[in-house]
Design a protein around this ligand. Structure first.
Ligand code: F0G
Length: 385
């Protein structure tokens, strides 16, 4: 029974838009929550209090499969023949996999030129997706794909797609299941297009309403400091959900400011190199419901955290380690207490985006300088671990 072997569809009662015989699956969601004492120490938590949720164990190597199985199911219910997305790499790899493995439709993907790691690009190419390179970055590719999908009637699977968020709710269901339904104090997650954090908020709203939990964890969303729109708006400009009456002025002002000054997202955590997150509003709702906070972390902090994750477990890609780096900052600020139980979501697999990792650990000074030098990354922090 395919429903039983999917870590997403075994929760189908909580994703009630599809009859069971129409479910599309490639065995997603068989992921792991693991206690990580080395990383716990690095973050500054009491032993046993840090858990890592390894979503890189999904079939295409990232958390995206949780949502893609739901979006592709929905597209198939509608009889779609093509599905499209813009991507920093993982969404496109996931879409391409579902399209090739299920032979249900053709994947069309838009990527920013030079803005995708080869690991992720090679997946889309091998799986046979039509791959379109846009002069520009993810934000430009996102604008383009929305136009093209609308004009040509192609099913769009970016996280503006609500069915993807339904599937991604199950990450939190599996975390709670692994913790025997004891609600942790914090969920920490990297923020890019903000689909994941929005879906986590929705999961907790529904679980609370159903009486399956009696309190909700606090949510911490971590931006890379070179792609920190949510941080800027939520923490510096006080943007709030405000019961659904979001004040759009600060958002417009900040987007205009970025346009005027030609500010582009810039971080080696390429998966979250995004300045115009499409789920900004939904994510404010999750922040409000879960008494959330937003922080930003530097490339140095990301790589230092990533090395710790790799040293004590299955590793992750740079963007994923933002969660651990962010937990460390919140701990240092005293926002997270040493006795708090914290779950950091590791969104993508170690092998996805390896260039910075190799340079970081390399004794070849030239390689190090070429890849990381211009980003102000040094080796000092890792040496002191
Ligand atoms: N971590 C990884 C590894 C990602 O690939 C992404 C997003 C995120 C975190 C951020 O998640 O968008 O839900 O806030 N990657 C997208 C992509 C944008 O195209 O693969 P989010």
């Amino acid at each position: 029974n395919p429903v039983r072997f999917s870590g997403v569809w075994r929760f189908h009662e909580l994703l009630p838009f599809v009859p069971q015989d129409q479910i599309v699956t490639v065995g997603e969601g068989q992921t792991l929550l693991q206690q990580a004492d080395g990383v716990s120490k690095f973050v500054g938590l009491n032993a046993g209090n840090l858990h890592l949720q390894y979503e890189g164990m999904n079939p295409s190597g990232s958390f995206k499969d949780n949502g893609m199985c739901a979006a592709v199911t929905h597209a198939n219910m509608l009889g779609a023949k093509r599905a499209a997305c813009a991507s920093t790499g993982n969404t496109s790899a996931s879409l391409a996999l579902y399209c090739s493995a299920t032979r249900l439709m053709k994947a069309v993907i838009f990527i920013g030129s030079g803005k995708i790691s080869y690991g992720k690009l090679s997946q889309a190419l091998d799986y046979g997706a039509l791959t379109v390179q846009i002069a520009g970055d993810f934000d430009d590719a996102m604008l383009r794909v929305r136009e093209v999908a609308e004009q040509l009637g192609i099913y769009l699977v970016n996280s503006v797609n609500p069915f993807r968020l339904e599937g991604q709710k199950t990450i939190m269901l599996r975390v709670l299941e692994a913790l025997r339904w004891e609600v942790p104090d914090w969920i920490v997650v990297p923020g890019g297009n903000l689909g994941n954090s929005s879906s986590f908020g929705k999961a907790f709203m529904e679980l609370k309403e159903l009486g399956l939990i009696d309190r909700v964890p606090r949510l911490a969303i971590i931006n890379a400091s070179g792609a920190d729109t949510l941080y800027e708006l939520h923490e510096r400009r006080g943007l709030r959900w405000n019961g659904g009456n979001v004040n759009m002025d600060p958002i417009r002002e900040y987007m205009d400011h970025m346009d005027r000054h030609g500010i582009k997202a810039d971080t080696l955590a390429s998966a979250i190199e995004i300045n115009r997150p499409v789920n900004l509003k939904k994510c404010l709702r999750a922040l409000e419901f879960c008494d959330g906070v937003v922080r930003q972390v530097s490339d140095q902090e990301i790589l230092d955290a990533k090395a710790q994750v790799g040293a004590g477990g299955f590793g992750c890609e740079p963007a994923s380690a933002a969660s651990v780096a962010g937990a460390k900052i919140l701990r240092r600020e005293g926002v997270i207490a040493p006795s708090d139980r914290v779950v950091c979501v590791l969104t993508g697999h170690e092998l996805k985006d390896p260039t910075a990792t190799v340079a970081y650990h390399s004794t070849d000074q030239e390689l190090f300088n070429k890849t990381l030098g211009s980003r102000g990354v040094t080796k000092a922090s890792y040496a002191n671990k």
